[in-house]
Design a protein around this ligand. Sequence first.
Ligand SMILES: [Zn+2]
Length: 310
Amino acid sequence: MIYKHRTLSKELLLYQFVNTRATLSQSDSQYHWTLEKGYEGEQLFDLLLQQLQGEFIILNDLLFAFNNTFFQIDSLLLAPEKIHLFDVKNFENDYIIDNDNNWYSILQNDRRKESKNPIHQLNRCETLLKQQLQKLGFKSPITSKLVFINPNFYLYQAPPNYPIVFPTQLNRFINQLNSQLTTAKLKDRDFKLAQQLLQNHKEDSPFKNSPDYSYDGLKKGIYCKSCRSFDVFTNPKTIVCSKCGFREKIETAVLRNVDEFTLMFPDIKVTTTAISEWCGIIKSEITIRKVLNKNYKTIGKHRGTYYVDK
Ligand SMILES: [Zn+2]
């Protein structure tokens, strides 16, 4: 049973939006790629977890603040009286651990580039989760694993006792989990724990990165939801992509653009004029006003009217 599904983070959405409407700087583009890659890896892991049977609760993308320290969890699996903590990595290529436990990625010509030791991050996460559980009054044992999901990943000199699941071990790992899960049942206490964790989950991380962008530097208009092309035309009720043929109701498209606008410019008021300019393609402000009136709460009158969530 999944209690909390994975969704695109606001941070990744922001990078995707800016990337569609402008050209990201090289460092922003690199960071965007890392986020996409991470998300892709997490989704692949979610697919694997779909093979699980028996009684369990999955909580994805959790963010907690404990004693002013934030920590994030990719996947938490609550099994009967046991908690599995997963940190999913979508690393590719070859890595090596040296005698001092430093991690390096191996580049061409056998050059090495130091990389963060992901086990430190996993341990930190486990310690903080333990403290969080104690505070909530729970004592379930935690098993933490670093999951390398990408079949192109290889790690040289990894000791066998490391808390790692390698790509070639994933199927066996899921089978092992299955045999544990099908022999025991969840208790009320496990459900209570899931609820408490969700109540303590924070929606917004204060440590998000943001790409460089400005209103003037962004291409305006509605782009195709499917292929992100701006080459779209409007029918009376739909927007059609000339490139891939994808159709979207005008109302849905406008609402999607309002969401995008408010994420990118949280300080600018949502007005008919602002959204008409942002959407570009719909010439008549009447259409925009209708959609806004129907879906948002109106504040103010006449020229000063703006919209907020209902
Ligand atoms: Zn398209």
